[in-house]
Structures are given as structure tokens and as C-alpha cells.
Design a protein. Structure first.
Length: 266
């Protein structure tokens, strides 16, 4: 029996995955909780037992984390969580270095970089997991967004931000956009950033329900880090027909939703 399957079986019929929603109270104003729903639903269909924990300033940090999801927020939301984020920065950097998959949307994407300079010219120092920095500008970039990602194909979401983000040499973009005035800064056609299994992006929407390839990337990364290489493929192969049919339905809905969003003008 492969070691990964052995570890999964040892964890029970439905091996658990511990998912952390980071700063859910203050950084979740654009419907980013849909990302949690998408991850947990697909993980459940694959045969895992997803457990979601919510962390806000003052809460106890969970002992085990297999995946971290973070959302967007306004400037004052970032200011409320920034001190706690800095305190947790070393721990978050260690988890990122250990290949814990993470998805950070908009405001937390910015704070996972080196710094975010607000419209009042206050510099909020980030945790530096992603080699990016962000500067607030008066004009907002708002609307449906389509990009091409090397590992995920077409990615569709909704951007709503006035911060302009610039990538350093240590980050690669999540994807590329074709038009000016969109993406990270409206100039270099990049959108989002990646390092190891950490993804930062401006895509709301929510992102994951319309982009199952990214959802599966996160689930696979969490499962194989905890239970070993090959676990995700084995769990997917062992799915019953009812779960397969439901997964096909979700994929069809994701395709329809992404096509509709992509066809709508900004």
C-alpha cells in the first residue's frame, strides 16, 4: 500500500483537512467567504473531512493548519489587523516556506507583500511572504477580469482596488491580462503573485467557485503535504458515482459563471 494511502487510512474513512480563515471578521467584505464554501465542498466530494477554523486578533492560533484563506477589506480593516499580522508574520512565513497552500485576496494579498502605502501616505509594513509592494492611488480599478495563468488556464474574477501592486524578482504573476488599466497596476499586464504554494490576487467574485483548477491546487497541496504524494489522485479515483456527478455539476456551473462574467463589460 502506498505510504500516502496508508496515512490517509490511518486518519479515518474521511481524512481531515484543517482550513484556516484568516481575519474573517475584518477581511471578508467582498464575498470572499465563497472561497471557503468552494474549498470545503470540493474537498468533501473528494472524500476529505474539511474543518474550518476562524482566526481574528486575540484568538488562539490553531495547532494544525493545512490551508489558509484570506480575503479583502478596506483600509481601516487592514489597520485593525496589521499589528496582529506582524506578530504572526514569522509563523506565517514558516508555514509558507513549508508549502502550506494559501490564497490571499486583495487587502491580505497586499499585506502579504513588503508594504502597502495608503492614500494618507502611511506605510503599513507587510509580512514579506510575497515579493511585492503596493501604493494606493485615487482611481479604482473595478470590473470583471479575465487572465491567462500558466498553470490554471483562463482565470475569471472581479477586481475592485485602488492599490497598485508591483512585483519584485522573487514573485511570479498569477496570470497575465491583455488590456491596460487592469490587473496589478494597470501597466505591466500582470495580475496577482505566486511564491511556492502561496497565491495572492485581486480577484474577488468569489474567485474559487468560478475557477475549480485553483481550488483543486489548494486541496491537492494541503492533502499531499499532510498525507503524502499521490493522496489527492487516490482520493479522486476512489470517489463514488454520486460524488463524481456532483463534481461534474459544479464544474459545469463554474464554466457557465466564468463565461457570463467574462462576457460582461466593465
Amino acid at each position: 500500500m502506498p505510504q500516502s494511502q496508508d496515512k490517509a487510512k490511518a486518519a479515518g474513512t474521511h481524512p481531515p483537512l484543517q482550513i484556516l480563515s484568516l481575519y474573517h471578521r475584518d477581511m471578508n467584505i467582498y464575498g470572499d467567504s465563497g472561497n471557503i464554501l468552494s474549498v470545503t465542498r470540493r474537498a468533501d466530494l473528494y472524500g476529505f473531512s474539511p474543518v474550518v477554523r476562524y482566526y481574528d486578533p486575540g484568538d488562539a492560533w490553531p495547532e494544525r493548519i493545512d490551508m489558509i484563506l484570506g480575503g479583502g477589506g478596506q483600509d481601516h480593516g487592514q489597520e485593525r489587523i496589521i499589528d496582529d499580522l506582524r506578530e504572526r508574520g514569522g509563523l506565517l512565513r514558516d508555514l509558507a516556506d513549508q508549502d502550506v497552500p494559501m490564497l490571499m485576496i486583495c487587502g491580505l494579498y497586499q499585506l502579504f507583500g513588503h508594504y502597502f502605502e495608503t492614500s494618507d501616505h502611511e506605510r503599513l509594513e507587510g509580512v514579506g511572504i510575497l515579493d511585492v509592494h503596493t501604493i494606493a492611488e485615487p482611481e479604482r480599478m473595478i470590473g470583471n477580469l479575465v487572465e491567462q495563468a500558466e498553470d490554471f488556464g483562463r482565470v475569471v474574477g472581479y477586481e475592485n482596488h485602488s492599490g497598485l501592486t508591483y512585483l519584485g524578482e522573487g514573485a511570479q504573476p498569477l496570470g497575465m491580462v491583455t488590456e491596460d488599466g487592469r490587473g496589478n497596476n494597470g501597466k505591466d499586464h500582470t495580475e496577482g503573485a505566486r511564491w511556492k504554494k502561496v497565491i495572492g490576487t485581486y480577484m474577488h467574485g468569489s474567485l474559487l467557485p468560478k475557477n475549480p483548477a485553483i481550488t483543486d491546487f489548494l486541496i491537492k497541496g494541503a492533502a499531499e503535504r499532510r498525507y503524502g504524494q499521490g493522496t489527492f489522485a487516490q482520493m479522486k479515483k476512489a470517489m463514488d458515482q454520486r460524488s463524481r456527478s456532483e463534481l461534474e455539476r459544479l464544474d459545469s456551473l463554474a464554466d457557465q459563471a466564468s463565461r457570463i462574467a467574462a462576457s460582461r463589460p466593465r
